[in-house]
Design a protein around this ligand. Structure first.
Ligand SMILES: [Fe+2]
Length: 120
């Protein structure tokens, strides 16, 4: 599923931009990129969930919970950023990146394999 891979790459790219903005203490860029990332993640997650639904993936509900957890955490970061712009550290971008990479390697890999089996 190339389009999913491309969306993952784009998300990773956005998180790298957040990381750079944090290092440069560029509050405006951090907020804008976090908002972009959240909006894009929602679109991407919805597409993944539709794909899983279409193929009757049994792990759909659990996967939706994972996606919602990520969106919630990104919103918490945004709120913290509004409250204390300079308190944001690269822990934030590290968290986002680690979550995403782990999610791709485990949860996304699992549903991808399921769909491939159905398609055979
Ligand atoms: Fe996913």
């Amino acid at each position: 599923m190339d389009f999913i891979d491309n969306q993952h790459k784009y998300l990773i790219n956005l998180i790298n931009r957040i990381h750079l903005a944090i290092e440069q203490l560029d509050t405006r860029e951090i907020v804008e990129t976090l908002l972009d990332m959240n909006a894009y993640a929602e679109v991407h997650f919805t597409e993944e969930e539709e794909l899983m639904r279409r193929y009757g993936y049994p792990g759909l509900e659990a996967h939706i919970q994972l996606h919602q957890g990520f969106i919630r955490q990104a919103e918490i970061f945004l709120n913290e950023l509004e409250a204390a712009p300079l308190a944001i550290t690269s822990e934030v971008s590290r968290y986002l990146m680690e979550w995403l990479v782990k999610h791709i390697q485990k949860a996304d890999f699992q549903y991808g394999r399921f769909i491939e089996e159905q398609a055979d």
